[in-house]
Write a protein that binds this ligand. Structure first.
Ligand SMILES: *Cc1c(COP(=O)(O)O)cnc(C)c1O
Length: 324
């Protein structure tokens, strides 16, 4: 598949075969107390329990598995605020190739340490003044490495789509599917999976209120670029959708809605208090939007909610969840 071609559901199916037995088939969590509180039947796809603690391992493993012999020798380079970095680092180790990760200075230390722990070399940059894509491109040219971007890549999108494929296989047809939205790899893959397995389901993306470029892009019919948003949701601090993710989202999404930082903390408290689960702020974007009512007309329906990641420093988690 050429790097600029739009993936289809067939690519999601192929990705599912590639990652089978290597990525976890994560559980779907249910809670009556949560359903009562939300007024609908919530099916939580627990990707915070995925390897590296986020769904990103799916796309990374699928992308690296498609490398040819020459690309494997040169290795992989990635830029990321955290979870894509860890995912690429582990996938590189498992597929036996070197990895360089370009990470912002203010990335959570737990994520930086985990990335190094998987054997990758970490190069840091200032996310408010430097262009990470340029840094990665320069390093790739210097060292003969292949860049795997965090979302705008057909194999990454197809890999991310396997999470909602599993959710729909395990829970049956859902009425509504809700996922977090950063650059759109997860949402566009989810749209491909839902389009094939639950064509009548409404599909929503949820982004941080501080950075609603996705919603604006949908309204304006073009990719809108914003300043790096300041939000607790560090995994969704993207400034624009991708050239591959945008058309898939434009044509397949029901709507894009937002959640505030306060709503994210509320949803983290629900996950900790009711479900006994540690989920990072970005990871509860979808749940926060269901609980706030930002997703319209869910009463009594079967709603799939993607919990995207669980990588948060414990001290930070305690501070957020412990506050009254
Ligand atoms: C990357 C990430 C997202 C956003 O995914 P995109 O494919 O960029 O839209 C959401 N949640 C977590 C935990 C992530 O790591």
């Amino acid at each position: 598949m050429p790097a600029d071609s739009l993936p289809t559901y067939a690519d999601v199916e192929a990705a599912a075969t590639v990652i089978e037995g290597r990525a976890h088939r994560t559980p779907v969590l249910r809670s009556r107390r949560l359903d009562e509180r939300a007024g609908c039947e919530i099916h939580l796809k627990a990707e915070h329990l995925q390897r590296v603690g986020a769904f990103k391992f799916r796309g990374a493993l699928n992308a690296l598995s498609a490398f040819d012999a020459g690309q494997r020798r040169g290795g992989v380079i990635a830029y990321s605020s955290g979870n894509h970095a860890q995912a690429i680092a582990l996938a590189a180790r498992e597929t036996g190739m070197p990895a360089v990760i370009v990470m912002p200075h203010d990335a959570p230390e737990a994520k930086v340490a985990a990335t190094r722990g998987y054997g990758a070399e970490v190069v840091r940059y200032d996310r408010y003044t430097q262009d990470r894509e340029q840094i990665a491109a320069d390093l790739a040219a210097e060292r003969g490495m292949t860049v795997v971007p965090p979302y705008d890549h057909p194999h990454v999108i197809a890999g991310q789509g396997t999470a909602v494929k599993e959710l729909l296989e395990d829970s049956g047809a859902l009425d509504v599917v809700v996922t977090p939205l950063g650059g759109g790899g997860l949402l566009s893959g989810s749209i491909l999976a839902a389009g094939a397995l639950a064509p009548r389901a409404r599909v929503y993306g949820v982004e941080p209120a501080a950075g609603d470029d996705g919603r604006r892009s949908l309204r304006e019919g073009r990719i809108v670029t914003i300043e790096t948003p300041r939000t607790l949701a560090d995994g969704a601090q993207t400034t624009h959708l991708g050239h591959l993710t945008f058309p898939i989202i434009r044509d397949g999404v029901t709507d894009v809605v937002t959640a505030t930082d306060e709503e994210l903390v509320g949803a983290m408290k629900v996950m900790a208090g009711i479900l006994k689960q540690v989920v990072e702020p970005t990871g509860v974007l979808a749940l926060a939007a269901v609980l706030s009512g930002a997703i319209p007309d869910t009463a009594g329906l079967r709603v799939g909610v993607l919990l995207s990641g669980g990588n948060v420093d414990l001290a930070r988690f305690a501070e957020l969840v412990g506050a009254p």
